[in-house]
Structure formats: C-alpha cells, structure tokens
Design a protein around this ligand. Structure first.
Ligand code: MG
Length: 452
C-alpha cells in the first residue's frame, strides 16, 4: 500500500479518512521527527478540517511531539510559518478536490514540500506500526497561534514595490473559491491600495460558489464580471491558494502557461538568471527567457521537484502551467498570494494593460490527449517507446519528449491514473494535429502489442 500520492495523503471522509487511519498517520509523522520537536499544523476551509486535524494532532502528540495549530490558512502561509517556527509542518487540505475529500500534506523544516524519499520513511513507520509511544509525562503540548496569515501577508508586502502598486489605484475582482485565501488575499490587496471586489470570499467548506479548481468553467461569474465592468484584473485561487489564475481586463481567462511566460519574461528582464519549469511547459517560456538573456532549466513534472531544482541552481523564478508560481525571494514553494502581488507590480511598472502585455507573448497551439494503458504495462511501454524513437531528438527526463524546431511532443505515464498523457505544442494548428496524430498512433501500436 502506498500512503502518499503525488500531492500528499488524500482520501474521502468516512472511506479512507477515518479517525483510526488519521491517528495512525499522526503517530507515523510524530515518530518520524525527534521527540520534543514542534510541528506546525494548519488547514483549509473544508467541513472535515477539524475532524481530520484533531485526529492527526492526537497521533502526533502521543509520540512526544508538540503541535502549534495556526488554524485556517493558505498552504503557502503554513509553509512560511513552518520555515520560521517549525521542525515540520502539516497542511490539512485536498487543494482543489471536491468537498468530500481531505488531505494531509507534510512540509519540511525549510518550508518546501517533503521529498519522496522522506515521505517513504513516514510510510514505512505507518505500515510497520513502529510508533514511538511516550509515557504520560512526555506527551506533546498543544498551542494555538493566530498570527500566521498576517505574518504571511506582511512578508509579501515587503517583497514587492508597494508604493508603485498603490499609486495606480487598481480595481481587482478576486474569487477565493470559498477557500483559505478568503482570510488573506482580499486584505493583502487592500493593503496594496487596491479597490477590492470579492466573490466567494466567505470561508465555506461546502464550496457553494463553485468547485475549487480554478478552471474557466468554474469561473463563469468572475469572467462575466470582468467583461461587464471596468476592472484592471481578475484573480482566482484554488482551495488552498498555492495557485493563482488570472482574467485580464477584457474578460479573457489567461491559461497558466501565459502567466508563467509573462512573469518569467519580466523577472528575467530585471535579474537575468535561470528559470526552472517542467518539461511539459510551453515553449513560450523558453522563448521569452532566452530573448531577455536568461536560461531555462527543465525538470520532471511536479512542483516540489521544480522547487528543489531552483534551490540547486539558484534560479530567479520557477513554475508550472497550472498557475503554480515559485518566487525564491519569498519561499521555495508555490505561492498564490505572492503571484497576485507580483502581477500587480508588473502591471504597475508597465505602461500597458494586462491584455496588451499578454498579446506580446509568443503564440502557440497546444493539445493534451489521454491514452488508456494498464498500470503494469507502463514501464515496458516506455522502454519500447524510447527504443523506437532513438533516431529523433529526444529528451527522457520525464517520459519521452520529442523536440523539433517548431513543435514538441511529450509522452508520459500518469502518476495517478492508468493512462499515458500526450502533450503537444506547435506554432501552427495543422502541424499540431499532424504531429499529435502521428505519435498517438505510435503509442497506441506499442500498447496494443503489450496487450496481446
Ligand atoms: Mg492547491
């Protein structure tokens, strides 16, 4: 059994997530750190948050480890607090999943998500049940703190040019998806001199406004608002606010790769240096970074991998195409509110509207396709694929990426579902369709060979 998935431990309440299970998770996490350590615990707005948190905390304290409970806070605020005050952190969140889910995400003492090797150690303790149960006199202590959100927003204000932003007197429509950012982003914006119009900014774990994944189909109200009025920027966060997506002043939803390229361009213009992003990111990022005298370093898909690579190479910026952006001057994790402040700074510095800035970015066509493949065949299929594509210009960092002058194709097994994903990007639509079709056939042929 695997305890951790690609985003910590996730499960449905009353199914996988029972009190028994969660107390054991707490005992495993507590046994993983030294006795007497301080673990920071925070949560998003889900209805089950208190139930999950209390069970996990009980398990942790039984191993002689103290808990500092910061209450409802965005995941990056919990990470920031952990870096300052904790030996380990826990975010009780299922990010953008439906309300019946919850999750336990473990954070290292430096504020980054725990790497896979360390998660495995917790998993081993959980499975072997080798818990460190201490006597009554050594049971951990419990403290509540209410300063995590304010400390977090103040830290962001120190890292952007607040005077410049305030002068512009922007009007921003913000949709917090009824999540944890309801307690931070509207207040951060107010401190930046912004006129704030808030949608779904009352914390509510039933997510009555819309599903908490910030996709265009969930953000119809925000988009409609931006179309109908005279506002400078629309912002939406996912449930735990490690991500931010944007809508421009014309009401156009900006896909994550556009924002990523825009921020990468502006950061590199100023600082040069290295930008880190996964192999699945748009060529637009590399185009603008190179053009402005910077360099792109690619990684496997996954925010913690991007963050750790950034530390290793001393990157100036990093991020993913889903609205996850990492600013090293703040912390090495995805940070939704920092992304909002940074976008406003970029808008304040420039002399054009957001839509004009985005129109200046290189334009590419993209496609994503899923192909069914049984879990136990994925490895063989990948080997065969690599062999078959040997003669081409390929990169095997994560799956197989075939790189051509004006298009690329990435074929990689999903980490969570029995499918292969094909990502394709090209400068013209016909080339995109032709290439995606060609490599899809190659993949399907190989999979059907293994199914015979
Ligand atoms: Mg999230």
């Amino acid at each position: 059994m695997k305890l951790f998935g690609t985003n910590g431990i996730r499960g449905k309440i009353g199914e996988k997530f029972t009190p028994d299970f969660l107390v054991n998770v707490g005992m495993a996490i507590g046994s993983y750190v030294l006795q007497g350590s301080n673990v920071i615990v925070g949560q998003d707005t889900r209805i089950s948050g208190d139930m999950v948190k209390d069970a996990v905390i009980s398990g942790i304290m039984s191993t002689g480890v103290n808990v500092i409970d910061v209450g409802i806070a965005p995941t990056p605020a919990i990470q920031f607090y952990t870096k300052a005050h904790g030996d380990l952190g826990i975010a009780i969140t299922a990010s953008h999943n439906p309300p019946e889910f919850n999750g336990v995400k473990v954070i290292a003492s430096d504020g980054t998500e725990l790497p896979r090797e360390e998660e495995k150690k917790i998993e081993e303790i959980f499975l072997s049940k080798k818990f460190r149960i201490v006597g009554w006199e050594n049971v951990g202590r419990y403290h509540e703190r209410s300063d995590a959100n304010q400390g977090y927003t103040n830290a962001i204000l120190k890292r952007v040019n607040t005077d410049l932003i305030r002068k512009r007197k922007f009007t921003v429509v913000v949709d917090c998806s009824n999540g944890a950012s309801s307690l931070t982003t509207p207040y951060l914006l107010a401190k930046l001199g912004v006129r704030v119009i808030s949608l779904n900014c009352q914390p509510d774990g039933r997510f009555p406004g819309h599903n908490s994944e910030p996709k265009p189909e969930n953000l119809k109200d925000l988009i409609e608002f931006m179309r109908s009025g005279n506002y400078d920027l629309g912002v939406a966060h996912d449930g735990d606010a490690d991500r931010a997506v944007f809508v421009d002043e014309t009401g156009r939803f900006l896909y994550g790769d556009k924002t990523l390229a825009l921020v990468a361009r502006e950061v590199v213009k100023e600082k040069k240096g290295i930008v880190v992003t996964p192999v699945s990111s748009s060529m637009a990022v590399e185009d603008v970074v190179k053009k402005n005298g910077g360099k792109v370093v690619y990684t496997k898909v996954g925010a913690p991998i991007v963050a750790r690579k950034m530390i290793e190479v001393g990157a100036v910026f990093g991020g993913e195409e889903n609205g996850g952006m990492i600013f090293p001057e703040m912390q090495y994790c995805r940070d939704g509110a920092m992304a909002v402040a940074k976008i406003l700074e970029i808008m304040a510095r420039g002399d054009m509207t957001l839509s004009k800035m985005v129109d200046d970015l290189p334009e590419y066509y993209q496609m994503k396709i899923s192909v069914q493949c049984p879990e136990n065949k994925k490895r063989d299929v990948l080997e065969k694929l690599k062999e078959k594509l040997k003669g081409e210009n390929i990169n095997t960092l994560d799956g197989v990426k075939i790189v051509h002058e004006d298009y690329w194709i990435l074929i990689r097994p999903s980490g969570t579902e029995p499918i292969y994903r094909i990502y394709a990007e090209a400068k013209d639509e016909k080339k995109l369709n032709d290439a995606a079709h060609k490599y899809r056939e190659i993949l399907e042929d190989i999979i059907s060979e293994f199914l015979k």
